[in-house]
Design a protein around this ligand. Structure first.
Ligand code: DGY
Length: 322
């Protein structure tokens, strides 16, 4: 019997690509250039399984034309770039890679919290530009974290992992906003306070870290009004999705001093960075590095592979989202 045809839209770590090649008739993207909409639409008609990455857009127009694809095995946990309803209507299953990137993403949220609060980006730029004139009692003073409140917007796996690091490692207090209260064990472990109202969480937090899914439901959740509700001199951290934040309003809050700083790993139209942020010293800008460790990227590939194998063998899909 012919082996299922699988398309991998970008380069994956070599060890996972080798495992895929042993089991399936796989096409790899040797150039690693992102595929266009026409190529993705054509792939839905040519492959049994398409494995996109988070920046690949799969709207209804891409999904609807394809008569061959039976599975979209996403390499990534977020799947708002895939039109789930269109996939369901077409009988195409969709899977993601939850769990395996929790630690790496929480580590990066802490990286951004520390970089923003301790002005590490500003310091690095000063050193590299030859502008550093030496140690001084008032040079580049940032904020201490101990005893400050970290407010998490979204308290799923990554939000909780971020809270654990901040609470146990840095002595921060934990507050969170989400659809429901967390498990009693987690609340007890982190002495975490639940805020059913976003505005109240923002007003109570020194550092706000975003951990919601992207998509229409959370688009511009952090707008001018939300930023005005934050504690003056607070920090905003985003490792979730760029669309959750109104970046023009954020730039204004950073310019006016309403916020002391921000740390951003994600942007609405990656790899474009909103122009108004580029000239600001008090924002740390990273190129979507949340899951970018070797170990994590291998684990994400293996998780996607496990879903493809389950589909090929007719087993229930371990990470089915549609
Ligand atoms: C994901 O998997 O959704 C991440 O954004 C990739 O780092």
């Amino acid at each position: 019997m012919a082996r299922p045809r699988v398309l991998i839209t970008r380069r994956w770590p070599g060890e996972v690509e080798r495992q895929l090649a042993e089991r399936f008739d796989v096409t790899f993207n040797e150039s690693d250039e992102p595929l266009g909409q026409a190529e993705l639409a054509a792939a839905m008609g040519e492959y049994d399984v398409v494995c996109p990455v988070v920046p690949d857009k799969l709207p209804a127009a891409v999904i609807e034309g394809g008569e061959r694809a039976k599975l979209i095995a996403n390499y990534g946990v977020g799947f708002e770039h895939i039109d789930i309803e269109a996939a369901k209507a077409k009988g195409i299953a969709v899977t993601n890679t939850p769990g395996v990137l929790t630690d790496a993403t929480a580590d990066l949220a802490l990286t951004l919290i520390l970089m923003a609060a301790r002005r590490a980006g500003e310091g690095e730029r000063e050193v590299r530009a030859g502008r550093w004139t030496g140690w001084g009692p008032t040079h580049l003073l940032g904020a201490s974290l101990r005893g400050k409140t970290l407010g998490l917007v979204g308290f799923g796996r990554i939000g909780i992992a971020t809270a654990r690091r901040a609470f146990h490692g840095f002595g921060m207090k934990i507050a969170y906003y989400g659809r429901r209260e967390t498990l009693p064990d987690v609340a007890r472990e982190l002495d975490a306070r639940f805020y059913p109202d976003l505005g109240e969480l923002l007003a109570a937090s020194d550092v706000v870290s975003l951990h919601t899914p992207g998509g229409a439901e959370t688009a511009n959740l952090i707008d001018a009004q939300a930023l005005a509700a934050m504690k003056p001199g607070g920090y905003l951290i985003n490792t979730a999705r760029g669309g959750v934040v109104d970046h023009a309003a954020l730039a204004e809050a950073l310019r006016s001093g309403q916020l002391a700083g921000a740390g951003l790993d994600v942007f609405p139209q990656e790899p474009k960075i909103p122009e108004e942020l580029l000239g600001l010293e008090n924002v740390v800008l990273l190129p979507h590095l949340g899951s970018a460790t070797r170990e994590t990227r291998v684990a994400m590939g293996e998780r996607a592979l496990a879903n493809v194998v389950a589909w090929a063998e007719g087993h229930p899909l371990p990470d089915r989202v549609a």
